[in-house]
Write a protein that binds this ligand. Structure first.
Ligand code: HEG
Length: 140
């Protein structure tokens, strides 16, 4: 459960985050390198460093997170379409959501530096867990 304090820490730091367009691609690149099994979902992608496809996909992921951040009170509704897509079409094993979340946290830590205080980290952990839960909730 995201408290009002968590939500405000997330909103403030999200505004401070520069280069959001690249943040998504960086998180994906980290995921592909650190957890190579995740590459199996992207056989149709060029996943080399600097790939335009990864950059574009990264932007989509970051936009979806931005939408989640605008709708923290009602994530299920805000991400309903994405949830259907991942469950029924893409069939991404939900364990992978945690892996991407972990890589995204590393990107936040690198980019926010000292602003990525433990309480900010904890707030994002809750947010990304909640997003992962919504993306996994149709798998039944
Ligand atoms: Mg998913 C498509 C968001 C985790 C594999 N993902 C998408 C799209 C978005 C998105 C916005 C584009 C949807 C569209 O075109 O309408 N993904 C998203 C979020 C998260 C996530 C927010 C978790 C935080 N995705 C995720 C993970 C995998 C994965 C962990 C696999 C390891 N996503 C995946 C694939 C596609 C999308 C294979 C289709 C890519 C394409 O063909 O363009």
């Amino acid at each position: 459960m995201l408290t009002a304090e968590d939500q405000s820490l997330i909103q403030q730091s999200w505004e401070k985050l520069k280069g959001k367009d690249d943040a998504g691609a960086e998180a994906l690149e980290r995921m592909f390198m650190t957890y190579p099994q995740t590459k199996t979902y992207f056989p149709h992608f060029d996943i080399q460093h600097g790939s335009e496809q990864v950059r574009n996909h990264g932007k989509k992921v970051v936009d979806a997170l931005g939408k989640a951040i605008k709708n923290m009170g009602n994530l299920s509704q805000a991400l309903a379409e994405l949830s259907n897509l991942h469950a029924y079409n893409l069939r991404v094993d939900p364990v992978n959501f945690k892996l991407l979340a972990q890589c995204f946290q590393v990107v936040l830590a690198v980019h926010l530096g000292k602003d990525y205080k433990p309480e900010v980290h904890a707030a994002y952990d809750k947010l990304l867990s909640a997003v992962a839960a919504v993306l996994a909730e149709k798998y039944r």
